[in-house]
Design a protein around this ligand. Structure first.
Ligand SMILES: Cc1ncc(COP(=O)(O)O)c(C=O)c1O
Length: 354
């Protein structure tokens, strides 16, 4: 199913690439496609970026039946544009959709449509160091209906936003706050799905962390509040005695594509990597014994986000020597190098676009 293309009559001015923030500027075109029970996914189209008009009773506005993704297109030094593991994003989107009773779409067709959209918007992919074009595929329930059930109709759209470097002032460790008062997700819930409710549920704890002077919340499990799950909207890693440990995927953790890339690269380098339960008590004890040397988050936005300080109740621990640890630095350089086409791609993760 080839998307039809309707070009915008006037194009927006391009932003100053040295002053890009995150998620405020959108390109000239977007991809849209609709779903109905009779037609399945149909009418794929690339058209001018425009508001979506909705009846106030539209189901997504009331019950949050929606899924989304986040990935980036990178400009290479040779003038090309490329994606990093985009097939995994569309796979995860369908997995998220299954949990939200959203009908599956064709992943290959979605990737082809994204590539066509990117080819049309190539001039929007920023080329300044560390910048990229953020890609937000989304599906929302569109029935105008106020009862609680799965919608019969949906809209799938992809929008694009040029974004600045995550670390414009350099790659620095952040301070995180462990909350026992709030949980992000629970066993049997939708924590492993990329769905809006999980993010809405994280806001209050995030605001409390900011008020205390911390950048991110460290989430503990929703049953015993003992085992570590994620940090902010990132997966989390610990380096203990030269071993990399990350919480095992348990249904309430988002299976990050950067997380998977970290695990595969580190194993490829011959490092010991364990996916297992790790408790906050084990982390605190690891700091006391000196065996815990690094903590870092992983995600599309930051790639790697080193943690310099962690507050748990009345205990405050510092991790490392205030700078970026060697494992975090090596992973950051390796993944970013692959994404921007500056280094070899030993895993075949790059998808050239145009
Ligand atoms: C809750 C949450 N955890 C982890 C991640 C990291 O996932 P990825 O590496 O695929 O960006 C994200 C970002 O997508 C997220 O929103």
């Amino acid at each position: 199913m080839q998307p039809t293309i309707t070009r915008a009559e006037t194009l927006k001015p391009k932003p100053d690439q040295t002053k890009l923030g995150f998620g405020t500027i959108f390109t000239d075109h977007m991809f849209n496609m609709d779903y109905s029970i009779e037609k399945g996914w149909h009418s794929p189209r690339i058209e001018p970026y425009a508001p979506i008009s909705m009846d106030p009773s539209t189901m997504v506005l009331h019950y949050g039946q929606a899924v989304f993704e986040g990935l980036k297109a990178y400009a290479t030094e040779s003038g090309g544009v490329q994606l990093f593991r985009p097939g995994d994003n569309f796979k995860r989107m369908n997995r998220s959709g299954k949990q939200l009773c959203i009908p599956a779409f064709g992943e290959g067709a979605a990737l082809d449509a994204l590539k066509q959209l990117l080819a049309l918007e190539k001039a929007w992919v920023p080329r300044a160091p560390g910048t990229s074009l953020y890609i937000r595929p989304t599906i929302v329930a569109t029935d105008p209906f106020l009862g609680v059930r799965a919608s019969f109709t949906y809209r799938f759209f992809i929008i694009l936003s040029p974004v600045g470097a995550y670390y414009p002032e350099g790659f620095n460790p952040v301070k995180i706050w462990v909350t026992k008062e709030h949980v992000r997700a629970v066993r049997g819930g939708v924590g492993e799905a990329k769905t809006p409710g999980n993010y809405a549920a994280s806001l209050l704890a995030g605001e409390k962390a900011h008020a205390e002077g911390y950048t991110q919340v460290l989430w503990l499990d929703g049953v015993e509040q003992k085992f570590i799950e994620e940090v902010g909207a990132m997966n989390i890693f610990f380096v203990v005695d030269n071993e990399i440990i990350t919480p095992e995927l348990n249904g309430s953790i988002l299976p990050g594509i950067t997380r998977d890339s970290v695990i595969k690269l580190a194993k490829n380098w011959g490092m010991k990597v364990s996916e297992r339960k790790i408790s906050i008590d084990e982390v605190m004890a690891g700091r006391s014994s000196g065996k815990l040397t690094e903590i870092f988050g992983s995600g599309t936005a930051a790639v790697i986000s080193p943690v310099g300080e962690l507050k748990y109740g009345d205990d405050l621990i510092s991790v490392g020597d205030g700078g970026v640890g060697p494992v975090a630095q090596r992973l950051f350089d390796a993944i970013q190098g692959i994404q921007y086409g500056q280094t070899e791609d030993p895993m075949g993760w790059i998808e050239p676009v145009c």
